[in-house]
Unconditional design. Structure first.
Length: 226
């Protein structure tokens, strides 16, 4: 059996399990949809990290992304998976999440730099979830009056959590992958953490699921030129 096909089947099942676990968390823990959706977001991002080592063709990743988006669209139309769709509102975030996976994989595949997939996915997985949960629990002051999808607004508490998490993820990633000197690592970490936090705060309707990893990807690609 083709290795890519084996990994495709494995991840098609894994993504399905993640959605079902998110639904189980929503139904049994009675914590509302935010926690279960954050779990699904984090889990799907983390289990996707090995993609550059597994897939040797971008077509399989594209099929996975399209298939996953179709599953989300279908369950929304059929009013299934309330854990996911109840809070999503008019958000395009779920679909953009998989679009980001494909985009970052293509960039990584073409340049043969696995970090172009791993680092944006780490920021998207951990920082975005940290912002959502801290903002939900402690966010009092909103950054903008306009509400994003689900009737929520980005908060200063959530953005602070995003920034701190992004600092840690980016510093460790740059230190491991780039092997720059400490001053360069700190400077690039601060620059990208500030930039991605700002973009996340002002990206409405779930578009941060694309704008944040895209920003990290572009800035990293530019840094390779120097």
């Amino acid at each position: 059996m083709n290795e890519n096909f084996k990994y495709y089947l494995l991840y098609a099942i894994a993504y399905g399990i993640v959605l079902l676990l998110g639904e189980a968390i929503y139904r049994h823990l009675k914590e509302g949809p935010s926690l279960s959706r954050s779990f699904s977001h984090l889990a799907a991002g983390v289990i996707s990290l090995p993609f550059p080592w597994l897939f040797t063709s971008h077509w399989w990743v594209l099929i996975l992304a399209l298939q996953s988006s179709m599953v989300l669209y279908t369950t929304r139309r059929l009013e299934l998976l309330a854990s996911h769709h109840r809070i999503a509102g008019k958000s395009a975030g779920s679909y953009l999440f998989f679009a980001s996976i494909y985009l970052c994989f293509v960039a990584s595949f073409v340049t043969e730099r696995k970090e172009l997939f791993v680092v944006p996915m780490l920021v998207l997985s951990f920082s975005d979830v940290a912002a959502a949960q801290v903002g939900r629990s402690f966010g009092k002051r909103t950054i903008q009056k306009r509400k994003s999808a689900g009737g929520t607004s980005k908060t200063y508490a959530g953005s602070t959590a995003f920034f701190i998490t992004a600092l840690v993820v980016l510093f460790l990633s740059f230190y491991y992958y780039m092997q720059w000197n400490l001053a360069s690592t700190i400077s690039m970490t601060l620059l990208l953490a500030i930039l991605s936090t700002t973009i996340e705060a002002y990206s409405p309707y779930g578009t941060d699921n694309f704008s944040v990893p895209f920003t990290v990807l572009i800035v990293m690609q530019i840094s390779f030129l120097f």
